[in-house]
Design a protein around this ligand. Structure first.
Ligand code: ATP
Ligand code: MG
Length: 716
């Protein structure tokens, strides 16, 4: 700084500055969207370093996504320059949990090279357990057990800790036992799932105060972004770590709690000052992100929720453009009209980088991808179907995982017969049997089988060759550069050759992807670092060639901002999601509304909402009615766009959405009754200030239904 106030402090308002400068004791910054909470966190790190209160390595900062962690690293680096004494520990709960667990893996019965299972691996493993236990998978699907176990882990519960009765809910009382078996299998495989990355450190901290003391000593300052979305396990983990230095700063917004369905507890933020006695609470009220119309629309919408603290948000910018609402005939037309709008903004000089389409469900994405391919518009998908989830990439990763850890049985099973090596299902079963009875990893079982009489000579030879290769590759891994190693493994295993021989039209693309995979490894120091990155990364960006529109889900967009935000699919059943309301009633609806609030408040200059009257869901055309959230937007901040000419020559009623009604009064059709029935399932929520669509049949502007070729007669 020059003389008085340091540069990095001068851009802050007085409340933000208070939050940055209050370094001692617990602090909560509770404030609405776009008020600079994340900016406070980054500046706080800069301030801690500049005032020499701690070395970088004595700071722990938790973000909600890897993307947010990367951005924060960049912001900190910009503020303080490259610091010689290392960087703060800065990452998601999962990535920091991994780092801690690797250091003390042996205390959790793991080796420090443990593999992190993704959902796919997890389900494959659970399937094996269900089969071994003779449990009917049709009645008790692996997916549902995986979900249940995740739920327990999110609540910080190990197999011994699940409340009486809860284990009974799966497979006639076997839930608890299956959870135990699952944990045992993970240990044998030297693997951890996502839940373990926090649960195991919590256990270690509790059982080994000396280990916890290391971290108390080390982390003098703790910072947490998006605190409203922490679950019980994350909360427990944090509380253990914060017991030492007490310099904990959490920032969050109860109105943006959108992960309740995954175990997040908004209560964590509401009772912060009880958990951390003497906590100071600072509120921020100035919103620097969105123009006034956008903020007005979002604030009015969220006011329909009952369970909230309530906050003032004051816009700092101009009125800007009203939020627009555009109706379309169907989802295809919706994609076309968004595509047109993007091109028109681009012609006016707006960069594609400043635009995003945020959707409620990932299936909505495909329609936009197809449209953009047609238009030649550059786009990137964040989250959703990802690069690392493609089959050829998963296969290649499985090879590398086996090289990295011979204990990784799931990876070995994936590639033992890929490419085809003439090993049938029976052989694989035999291997699994040997592995279980001798309690050895699958690869070791394969090596044993190659010497035993249990198999025919041909498969024995095949297994001998394959396990021999893996032994050699693992040795070479110690000296070779990891990218060269990867290329060699894929060549020598015959995997690359398999795609070269493949005649299908996508084979060339797959070979491209494999090359891209090896290219992407270059940014990592070694194989293990790379594999870790892959398992943790939830928001991978595609190949980045210049400016591109961002496509992502609303859930993934938390914390981000764009000049223009497109919000398609605002229809009853899709948004708010029927499932969320069916499962959680009023609480589910309120969480959906918070998601709508998150969506609108991502926009700096333009928020554009869309709904379609017909949408294909699971391959079936369904008619839909506009989302109730549209009725909850204030007239003063909203502009309703005309529907496409062909459909807009109807009467205008009192609801602003009458004018986009694309068809006549077909109220008393079976289709209408279905829509009405669906609507009535939410009627019990006694929503405030609902207008327009809530009234009964015969009223103009009632639910929109058409009968015709596009409409499926089934509600499936
Ligand atoms: P969210 O709740 O969506 O995560 P947030 O509260 O974390 O939002 P930030 O992302 O930190 O908000 O800030 C929103 C925008 O406002 C950013 O572009 C940020 O740079 C800007 N901003 C924050 N504080 C100020 C300030 N004092 N002066 C000018 N711009 C600011
Ligand atoms: Mg933020």
């Amino acid at each position: 700084g020059r003389g008085g106030v340091a540069d990095y402090l001068s851009g802050l308002n007085p409340e933000q500055r208070d939050a940055v400068e209050t370094l001692d004791g617990p602090l909560l910054v509770l404030a609405g969207a776009g008020t600079g909470k994340t900016r406070v966190l980054t500046t706080r790190i800069a301030h801690i370093l500049a005032s020499r209160r701690a070395h970088p390595s004595e700071i722990l900062a938790v973000t909600f996504t890897n993307k947010a962690a990367r951005e924060m690293k960049m912001r900190v680096a910009n503020l303080v320059g490259d610091v010689a004494e290392g960087m703060p520990w800065l990452g998601t709960f999962h990535s920091i949990g991994t780092r801690i667990l690797r250091r003390h893996a042996e205390l959790a019965g793991l080796k420090s090279s443990f593999t992190i299972l993704d959902t796919d691996d997890q389900i494959r493993l659970i399937k094996q357990i269900l089969q071994a236990e003779n449990i009917d998978e049709k009645r008790w699907p692996a997916r549902s057990l995986a979900w249940t176990i995740d739920g327990w882990k999110n609540r910080g519960l190990g197999p011994a800790e699940i409340p009486a009765g809860e284990g009974a809910s799966f497979a006639n009382g076997k839930g608890g036992k299956l959870y135990t078996l699952y944990q045992e299998r993970l240990k044998t495989l030297n693997a951890a799932d996502f839940g373990d990355l926090l649960l195991e450190p919590i256990r270690i901290f509790r059982a080994h105060p000396d280990v916890l003391a290391i971290y108390h000593h080390r982390f003098r300052f703790l910072l947490v972004d998006e605190y409203q979305d922490t679950n019980v396990a994350q909360y427990l983990w944090l509380r253990l770590l914060a017991q030492g230095p007490q310099n904990l700063c959490c920032v969050g917004d109860d109105d943006q709690s959108i992960y309740g369905w995954r175990g997040a507890e908004v209560d964590n933020i509401l009772r912060f000052d009880k958990d951390f006695p003497g906590a100071k609470v600072i509120r921020l009220e100035r919103n620097y992100r969105s123009d006034a119309h956008i903020l007005g629309a979002a604030s009015h919408l969220i006011a329909h929720n009952e369970g909230r603290l309530g906050k003032t948000l004051r816009p700092q910018g101009a009125d800007g453009e009203p939020v627009t609402v555009t109706g379309s005939w169907d989802s295809g037309e919706e994609a076309r009209s968004i595509g047109d709008e993007i091109e028109s903004l681009e012609r006016k000089g707006e960069s594609l980088d400043s635009m995003a389409i945020l959707m409620r469900a990932s299936f909505q994405m495909r329609e936009f991808e197809e449209r953009f391919v047609t238009l030649g518009l550059n786009y990137r998908v964040i989250g959703g179907p990802r690069f690392y989830e493609r089959a050829e990439i998963r296969d290649a990763l499985a090879y590398l995982r086996c090289v990295n850890s011979p204990f990784d049985g799931l990876a070995f099973e994936r590639i033992v017969n890929t490419p085809k090596r003439g090993l049938g299902d029976a052989t694989i079963q035999t291997l699994n049997h040997i592995a279980r009875s001798a309690n050895v990893p699958l690869m070791e079982a394969a090596r044993m089988a190659s010497d035993s009489e249990e198999l025919k000579p041909k498969p024995r030879q095949t297994l001998r060759d394959l396990t021999g290769c893996f032994q050699r590759w693992s040795r070479q891994a110690e000296t070779m550069k990891h990218t060269d190693l990867a290329e060699m493994v894929l060549d020598e295993s015959g995997y690359t050759e398999m795609w070269r021989q493949d005649r299908s039209p996508d084979a060339a693309g797959r070979l491209e992807n494999l090359k891209e995979l090896i290219r992407s490894m270059d940014g990592f120091e070694n194989l293990q670092g790379f594999l870790e990155h892959v398992s943790l990364v939830m928001d991978v960006e595609g190949p980045n060639n210049g400016a591109a529109v961002t496509l992502m889900t609303l859930h993934g967009a938390k914390g981000l901002e764009f000049d223009t935000v497109f919000l398609p699919g605002w229809e009853e059943g899709l948004f708010p999601s029927q499932r969320s309301m069916d499962e959680n009633g009023r609480a589910g609806l309120e969480e959906e509304r918070r998601l709508a609030y998150v969506g609108i408040t991502r926009a700096r200059k333009r928020a554009k909402i869309y709904f379609a009257s017909n949408r294909r869901i699971h391959g079936m055309w369904q008619s839909s009615i506009p989302s109730r959230f549209l009725d909850e937007l204030p007239d003063a901040h909203v502009e309703v766009k005309e529907a496409p000419a062909a459909f807009s020559n109807r009467g205008y009623g009192t609801s602003r959405f009458d004018r986009v009604e694309p068809f006549g009064s077909t109220y008393n059709t079976p289709g209408w009754q279905r829509a009405q029935a669906r609507r009535e399932t939410h009627a019990g929520f006694a929503e405030p200030k609902r207008s327009g669509l809530s009234s009964g049949p015969g009223r103009r502007g009632g639910p929109m239904v058409i009968e015709g070729e596009l409409v499926a007669t089934s509600d499936a």
